[in-house]
Design a protein around this ligand. Structure first.
Ligand code: GN1
Ligand code: MG
Length: 360
């Protein structure tokens, strides 16, 4: 890895490189120069099985980060560097990635004083809602055609076709083990695809979204303010539900994403309320009535989609997500389904809350 870092001009005798973060797709390392005043960096090996076109991926990320940076500069923000992501260039090619003949790597400057969190309180949730609304607003006038770095990434109909394939061709033992969950997911498939139908009827727009707004993809400062959103690999056109729903899926769960004790998993209405308040405040300039009234559906949609994706991977014998033990993907799928059931039991209350927010 030291040789890779040298390709980006990062060299020192004292370099330390330690694994970082809990992402399920890429491998991430924190790099310290070892010098008291030296920069720190984040080195990532990009998962090229999943992101097939790394050049297009990095072009998307550069377009998005420079657009956001420009917005900060236009607003006379004096502290742009402290909350902007900066990617180093391969000194030989000028690209923001390096291919070593086998793997693709990239290096970012580590933003000093920032931390990631796995849990969140209502105050952070309010600030996060504001920040995501603002992220969508800032990108609303980015007119470059962004590549779909993973085609059909949040297309529910496509995810269900992958699910169908895994049921037709999956491991028989695993199919038997998951038969109850498969049945429950099947009952809900039409409802889960509501957004795709609204889109075809021209009732729902696509906007540029982050598409992976789980809590550990957000950098906070020590006070709990949002510094910026990271993990921009999946920024692409989608429904606003992607960012709203995926955040609540990870942040408003009283248990863990893969909790093996399903009694822990429950939807946290306090987090939902604070996050929704922040989000509605910062999106009032562009959110349509249809988008707003379907925000509770967004939370359902993403717990459902994640349960389907984890279970599909389990039936396919764990080809996609990194796992820590043999039935990890099954445990994840069950936990996400339990979360969905809890969301379903709160839907009326959620809609009332959102409609009252708007009236006030
Ligand atoms: C993956 O890379 P990471 O761990 O932040 C996945 C998301 C899932 C998430 C579930 C490219 O995100 O879509 O919601 O795991 N990213 C990709 O934890 O598939
Ligand atoms: Mg991540």
């Amino acid at each position: 890895m030291k040789q890779i870092l040298a390709c980006f001009g990062v060299e020192s005798k004292e370099l330390t490189i330690d694994p970082m973060g809990g992402g399920l797709i890429n491998d991430t390392f924190k790099v310290s120069s070892g010098l008291p005043s030296g920069n720190e960096y984040v080195l990532q090996r990009i998962n090229n099985n999943i992101f097939k076109d790394v050049d297009a991926l990095q072009r998307n990320i550069e377009a998005v980060t420079s657009h956001i940076r420009h917005k900060f500069e236009e607003s006379n923000d004096l502290d742009v560097d402290s909350h902007s992501l900066v990617f180093l260039k391969d000194t030989a090619t000028g690209k923001t990635y390096h291919f070593d003949g086998e793997n693709f790597w990239r290096v970012m400057v580590f933003l000093p004083g920032t931390v990631t969190r796995t849990t969140i309180n209502p105050e952070n949730a309010y600030l996060t809602g504001k920040a995501f609304g603002k992220f969508q607003e800032m990108l609303s006038d980015l007119h470059e055609n962004l590549a779909e770095t993973i085609p059909d990434f949040h297309n529910m109909e496509f995810r269900l076709s992958q699910f169908d394939d895994s049921i037709a061709n999956g491991c028989p033992q695993r199919l038997k083990e998951a038969s109850y969950l498969i049945g429950e997911l099947q009952k809900r498939r039409r409802h889960a695809c509501l957004a795709e139908r609204l889109y075809r009827e021209n009732k729902l727009p696509k906007r540029i979204c982050h598409c992976d707004t789980k809590v550990d993809n957000i950098l906070f400062d020590e006070m709990g303010n949002v510094v910026c959103v990271i993990d921009l690999d999946t920024v692409m056109p989608s429904f606003v539900f992607s960012d709203f729903g995926d955040f609540l899926r990870s942040a408003a769960n009283k248990g863990l994403e893969d909790d093996s004790n399903l009694d822990n998993v429950e939807f946290d209405m306090e987090i939902f309320k604070s996050f929704s308040k922040g989000y509605i405040e910062s999106t009032s300039s562009f959110l349509t009535d249809t988008e707003r009234d379907h925000l509770p559906y967004a939370a359902e949609r993403f717990a459902y989609m994640q349960s389907v994706r984890f279970l599909t991977d389990y039936l396919n014998e764990d080809k996609y997500y990194k796992i820590s033990y043999p039935k990890h993907n099954l445990a994840r799928a069950k936990a996400q389904f339990k979360l969905l059931q809890s969301i379903e039991s709160h839907l009326t209350e959620m809609l009332e809350y959102i409609q009252n927010l708007n009236a006030s």
